[in-house]
Design a protein. Structure first.
Length: 336
């Protein structure tokens, strides 16, 4: 046809999603079936349950994506699918489906790195965005600071040495008895709390390092909660949330800005589930202004897991000739 149509599938964690995109950046449909309610009662994602739910939902989600985009499989030019990182059983559901379809329809199969997908969510929203730029990737499983030099070309400046940012939010929320996923709940509470109420540590690591470490902060919050409880002092949830969030953001924002300044980049892009955090969006934007750095992030619905972002990444892989074969396997620990 006149343009490329991508069918994309995402099933790396607890969202079953399929999308259809035109020329990589225009979303014709993006259907997301979330399992959050299913996992809530366990306080986190249960891998076995996730796989089973993906199997139940995947065909329906794909049909819906095609229908909403008003296209048939004959119109599709290639199939993009997440092959890692993620839960192996969950990944295999989307991957097997994509492989079966690509084989039956004799269509190119394009494997996508989920983290790369999160970055690409920004290409969908910001039509003029082009590399190079600095990217802060903050999700439930990943924390990276990457210099995006070109489409699909990354220079990794730093990564977390222990907990991912989203993971720290979820664990702190859990310790406070706030439910799952904790990120959005802490974000909301933090808005009315005093971020200077409790002194939590900021861990910057060695001078000049762009790596992150969050386990010390997490322990400090847990210790604080325990000691208050032991002393019988009432815990002000809003203040704990605000103080914890601020401690995380101070470090994230400083390193992202330092990285952009060092690499002489005028744009910082935020990606991943924690890009939904209102405090992070606001603080990085304000700090960016002081350095003449533009700060961009995806709309909320493209921050958390979805197939549209995978489709965008698949399009750029496809254009670069990065096409997979039928031996493509799930890689739970896939790196960027
Ligand atoms: O990217 P994502 O959907 O899944 C992964 O690929 O990991 O990210 C999910 C993470 C969860 O840890 C969740 O708590 C966090 O993103 N999150 C937030 C917010 N919304 C989602 N964290 C902080 N503030 C938010 N508003
Ligand atoms: Zn994700």
């Amino acid at each position: 046809g006149q343009y490329y149509l991508t069918l994309a599938i995402e099933s790396s964690c607890d969202e079953t999603s399929a999308a259809v995109l035109k020329d990589g950046r225009e979303v014709l449909s993006n259907i997301i079936s979330t399992q959050v309610e299913e996992h809530k009662k366990f306080g986190g994602v249960v891998p076995e349950v996730a796989s089973r739910k993906h199997v139940e939902n995947i065909n329906m989600v794909i049909d819906e994506a095609l229908e909403k985009a008003n296209v048939t499989l004959d119109n599709i030019d290639h199939i993009g699918v997440t092959y890692g990182p993620g839960l192996v059983g969950a990944l295999l559901v989307g991957l097997s489906t994509a492989k079966a379809m690509a084989y039956a329809l004799d269509m190119p199969l394009v494997g996508v790195n989920h983290i790369e997908g999160h970055i690409c969510a920004n290409y969908i929203e910001h039509k003029d965005l082009k590399p190079p730029f600095m990217c802060l990737i903050v999700s439930g499983g990943h924390t990276h600071l990457a210099h995006v030099k070109d489409y699909g070309v990354y220079e990794m400046l730093g990564r977390t040495r222990d907990d991912a940012v989203g993971e720290a939010f979820d664990k702190v929320a859990r310790a406070m008895g706030l439910g799952y996923p904790g990120g959005p709940i802490i974000d909301k509470l933090a808005k009315t709390g005093n971020c200077e109420a409790i002194k939590f540590p900021r861990v910057y690591l060695e001078n000049g390092s762009y790596d992150f470490s969050l386990s010390g902060l997490k322990s400090a919050v847990l210790n604080y909660l325990n000691s208050q409880r032991q002393k019988g002092i009432e815990i002000v949830e809003e203040d704990v949330a605000a103080s914890f969030q601020r401690a995380v953001l101070d470090v994230l924002v400083k390193k992202a800005i330092d990285g952009a300044v060092e690499k002489k980049l005028d744009t910082i892009v935020i990606a991943g589930g924690v890009a939904a955090n209102s405090g992070l969006r606001h603080m990085l934007k304000e700090e960016g202004k002081k350095h003449n750095i533009k700060v961009l992030y995806p709309p909320l619905e493209l921050c958390t897991d979805n197939a549209a972002m995978i489709g965008c990444a698949a399009y750029y892989n496809y254009k670069a000739g990065k096409i997979s074969n039928m031996y493509l396997n799930a890689v739970p620990g896939l790196k960027l």
